[in-house]
Each structure stands twice: as C-alpha cells, then as structure tokens.
Write a protein that binds this ligand. Sequence first.
Ligand SMILES: [Fe+2]
Length: 238
Amino acid sequence: MNAVAICGDWHGDARFARKMIKTLSSRGITEILHCGDFGYGWDADYIPNIDESLNKHGMTLRWVPGNHENYDEIDLLYDHDAQRMGMNGTIYVLRRGERFMIGATSFVGIGGGHSIDKDRRTQGVSWWPQELITTGDVYRIMSTHRECDVVIAHDAPLTADLDLRNGYKDDPHSIGNRRLLGIIVDHLDPLFVFHGHYHQRHSTKDHLDRVVIGLSDNRDWFNNNFVIFDCDDKKVIE
Ligand SMILES: [Fe+2]
C-alpha cells in the first residue's frame, strides 16, 4: 500500500514534530505532507532537527507555507529553485500551485492564509504579505493545471461550511483568501481538500460534495494532527 501521512500545523515545535515522525515511521509511513504553519524561518535549529529525525527514519516531508512562516526566506528559495532543505535533503517546500504524484494520486499544494493577529506583528520580521493567495495565483494555477485528486492547503475554501469552535476568522482578508482558494479548488475539482490553519480537527463537504478535512495543531491531542491517506485507493484510512 502506498500511504502517506497528512499533518496540520506544527508551529516550529521540534519536540512535537520528532514525536510525530517517530510515530508515523512505526506505522510504516515514509512520506509526510504538511499543511503549513510548519514553522519555517523562526529557529535556525528547527530544519536541521527535523531533517535529522526524518533521515534517521528514512522519511521525507513536503510542505506548503501557512501564514506563520518567513516568506522572504521562502521566496529566496523559490528564486533559486532551492526548495529542498536540510543537510540530508529530506524536506521540500512546495510552490503555490505545485503539482506532484504519489502512487495513483495527484496532489496540488496551495499554501497561504491570513494572520488575524498581523496588527501586533512587524512586516518583514514577524509577518509577511505574501501569506495571502492572490488573484495572480488564481489565474496562473487555472491556466496551467488540470484536475487533481487531492489539494493540500493551509486555509479552507469558502465553499465549505466550517463548524469550528475557533470560528473567529471572519475578517475581510480571511474571507478573501478562502474565496480565492475556493475558486482554485473548483477548478482543480479534487476528491479531497486537507487543510490546517484553524487548529481543529473536523470533516465537512463543500458545495460540490468534495470532502474537506481540517487538521489540528501541535497544541491539541496528538491524533488530531494527522490522517493516513492511501494513495493507491485514494481514500483516508485513519
Ligand atoms: Fe497555525
């Protein structure tokens, strides 16, 4: 079976991440897809730490940026086609709209989300405007991509009703980001959308009956942070 784990926000919590990597390895998982707020660019030891753990267990990880990442550093990686990171090269940051295959399943990664606390942050230091999906992203992705089976996103499409206890992200920027993501999702027409950002495990459907699954973060119950996805049969198995 060709299975991957899909994980929600880790927020740079290396201890949680290492425990997750070890647990998933014990279940035979060799690849993690991460839905953002991975925690890039805050602590210089984070990537070497995660890379060492992944390498030790023979695993790799691909991630989409969330909103709490250093986008200036990420853009430098994109500019130099240097998306693979870590001394062992186990970690790979996806571009917004990047497509890849695992087994029989086609994935597209779409990072980005709005920081509702940005007024308390400093641009270029603790907040980056690149965190938001743009209309340019929408046009680019819609002009170059066919359908896919799974979208790995940080935010959730506006076309899915979210019944969340943290139902506080209803400001115009958050709604706008979700609206643009929803347009992209309608174009890609996946079977599943996985996302983080809301720090709560949930499952719902969008307006066209696609399954939308939200994953919790490093501060919640461990098992709420991941699902196991079968890339041969295209279904969630845990
Ligand atoms: Fe987060």
